[in-house]
Design a protein around this ligand. Structure first.
Ligand SMILES: Cc1ncc(C[n+]2csc(CCOP(=O)(O)OP(=O)(O)O)c2C)c(N)n1
Length: 348
C-alpha cells in the first residue's frame, strides 16, 4: 500500500521518495537498519533527558529525525571504510557500529568511555570501526576525510572515506578546498551533506542563494545528487553508487540528503526563531513510523518482530545508562595529561 503523505507537506518537500527497498537489501539487512535507527533515536532521546537532569557533561545535539541518513549511508559502506562526523555525531557513530555502552560512558565523563571520559559528545571517536571522530568545529571533518581517502589511495587498500556534514558546513572555506583537492586528485571520498535547512537559527536560504546544495558539484567536475534524507533506502542507494565510483578510481561524489531539522539545534534549544507549527507536519516524514509500516506491509517482518526490535533498543540504552552511571569510574587524576598526542606510527 503506498504511503499517504499529505500534499501540503509534499509541496514543501519535493525530494520526498516513497520507501522501497532496493533488491540487494535482504529482509535481515532491512531489519538491522531499522534496529539501528531505533537505537539512535533511543540514545539521543535518553541523552536529552539526562542532559536536562544535569547527569551528563558538555553539550549534546540530537540526531532525532536524521537517523535514516547515517544508517542508510553506513549500510552502503564496508566495515573498514572510514567516516568523519560533526557536532551531531551520535547517529553516525552508532550507525558505523560503535558500542553504546562506551558512548554513554563518554557522555558521563567516565574512564571507560571512548575518549576515556575526556572528550564528551562532540569528540567521540571509534577508530576500530572507522569512525574517525566527531568534532565541534563546523567543516573540520572535510579535510580529515580527504586525508583518509589519500591514505587509502596511497596504500591501495580499497577503502573509501565518507564525510558527514551539515548545510552550515558548506560555506566554510575548508569545504571548498577539500572538495576541490579531492576532485583534482581523484580521491576515494564521498561528501554527504545533511541538509536539514538550518544552521543553529539561520535558514540555508539566508546564507546560500542556491539552496539545492548538490548542484555545487558541477563547479568541481564531480557528480552531485539530492535524495530524500528521511528515507534510508534512497540514502543507501546514493552512497552505494558513490562508494562504487570511489573504489573504482572515479573520484568523489557530492550527495545532499535533504531533511528538515525536527528538534532544536541542541538539546535545550527553545527554538524561538522558528514557527514550530510549520515543523509539526514534517514529523510524518521521519523514518521510524514510515519504516515500521513499510516492513509490515511488505511482509519483511511481522508486528512481533518489529515490536521486539523497538523494545530491545530501549533495553539496550537503559542498560548503557546503568553501565555508565553505576559500573564506570571517573578518570584517575594521573591520566590528565595522557592521550593528548598520538604516540604511534600512523600508516599501517
Ligand atoms: C567553525 C565554526 N563556526 C561556528 C561554530 C558554531 N556552530 C556550532 S554548530 C553550528 C551550526 C552548524 O550547522 P550545520 O553544519 O548545518 O549542522 P546542523 O547543526 O544543522 O546539524 C555553528 C555555526 C562552530 N562550531 N564552528
Amino acid at each position: 500500500m503506498p504511503e499517504r503523505i499529505p500534499k501540503e507537506i509534499l509541496d514543501k518537500f519535493p525530494c520526498y521518495t516513497p520507501l522501497k527497498a532496493p533488491a540487494d537489501l535482504s529482509a535481515e539487512r532491512q531489519l538491522e537498519m531499522y534496529r539501528k535507527i531505533h537505537l539512535i533515536r533511543e540514545f539521543d532521546t535518553k541523552v536529552r533527558d539526562l542532559w536536562m537532569a544535569n547527569a551528563i557533561y558538555g553539550l549534546a545535539h540530537a540526531y532525532v529525525g536524521a537517523e535514516a541518513i547515517a544508517v542508510g549511508a553506513c549500510e552502503a559502506l564496508r566495515p573498514d571504510d572510514c567516516i568523519t562526523s560533526t557536532h551531531r555525531g551520535h547517529g553516525h557513530t552508532i550507525a558505523k557500529g560503535a558500542d553504546v555502552n562506551k558512548m554513554m560512558a563518554e557522555l558521563f565523563g567516565k574512564y571507560q568511555g571512548y575518549n576515556r571520559g575526556k572528550g564528551g559528545s562532540m569528540h567521540i571517536a571509534d577508530v576500530e570501526h572507522g569512525m574517525l571522530g566527531a568534532t565541534g568545529i563546523v567543516g573540520s571533518g572535510m579535510p580529515l576525510a580527504v586525508g583518509a581517502a589519500m591514505a587509502a589511495d596511497v596504500l591501495e587498500n580499497g577503502r573509501v572515506a565518507l564525510c558527514f556534514h551539515g548545510d552550515g558546513g558548506t560555506n566554510q572555506g575548508v569545504w571548498h578546498e577539500s572538495i576541490n583537492m579531492a576532485a583534482a586528485w581523484n580521491l576515494p571520498v564521498v561528501f554527504l551533506i545533511e541538509n536539514n535547512q538550518l544552521a543553529i537559527a539561520t535558514e540555508i536560504g539566508r546564507v546560500s542563494r542556491e539552496t539545492d546544495l548538490h548542484k555545487r558539484a558541477v563547479g568541481y567536475g564531480i557528480p552531485g545528487i539530492q535524495v530524500d534524507g528521511f528515507n534510508p533506502f534512497t540514502v543507501y542507494e546514493a552512497v552505494k553508487e558513490a562508494a562504487k565510483r570511489a573504489r573504482g578510481g572515479q573520484g568523489p561524489t557530492l550527495i545532499e540528503a535533504r531533511i528538515l531539522r525536527l528538534l532544536g539545534h541542541f538539546v535545550a534549544d527553545d527554538q524561538w526563531y522558528r514557527d514550530l507549527a510549520a515543523v509539526e507536519p514534517f514529523w510524518q516524514l521521519e523514518p521510524i513510523p514510515r519504516m515500521r509500516r513499510y516492513l509490515l506491509e511488505s511482509g519483511m517482518a511481522d508486528a512481533e518482530q518489529v515490536d521486539a526490535i523497538e523494545a530491545q533498543a530501549k533495553a539496550e540504552i537503559a542498560e548503557a545508562v546503568r553501565y555508565a552511571s553505576e559500573d564506570c569510574t571517573e578518570p584517575p587524576i594521573e591520566t590528565l595529561y595522557e592521550d593528548l598526542y598520538a604516540a604511534g606510527e600512523i600508516l599501517k
